[in-house]
Design a protein around this ligand. Sequence first.
Ligand code: THU
Length: 129
Amino acid sequence: MSDLLDQARAVRENAHAPYSKFKVGAALRTPSGKVFQGCNVENVAYPEGTCAEAGAIAAMCAAGEYEIAEIAVIADSPDPVPPCGGCRQKLAEFAKGDAKVTLATTGGQSKVTTVAELLPGAFGKDHMS
Ligand code: THU
């Protein structure tokens, strides 16, 4: 796990967050063992920005992989930052409910949870006929 958190910490350095000044890094591992990283990228048209988790998911899909086995997210905050609602939905679409999610701070705190705990009763393709 710590290597995944190290990868999230490293990519956070590349975050583009000139508006919020809040840099976030994410690293996910797929069942094949590959790791994909992402950082938040903000835009002056604020809603156009993308979260670190979304960046890591985009990198995973670009490589032809579509399942998250585990993910770590890190930010410089007083407490481990919970993913936003949109990212919870994205995680639920690409991970099983029991996939491990580690939320960490640059100060050394961390909290371990799961995708299902973050978004119980998630809407998914199984709900569409
Ligand atoms: N942000 C993430 O990248 N991931 C999260 O889990 C929480 C929030 C970003 C979005 C925006 O660029 C900045 O943090 C402030 O909301």
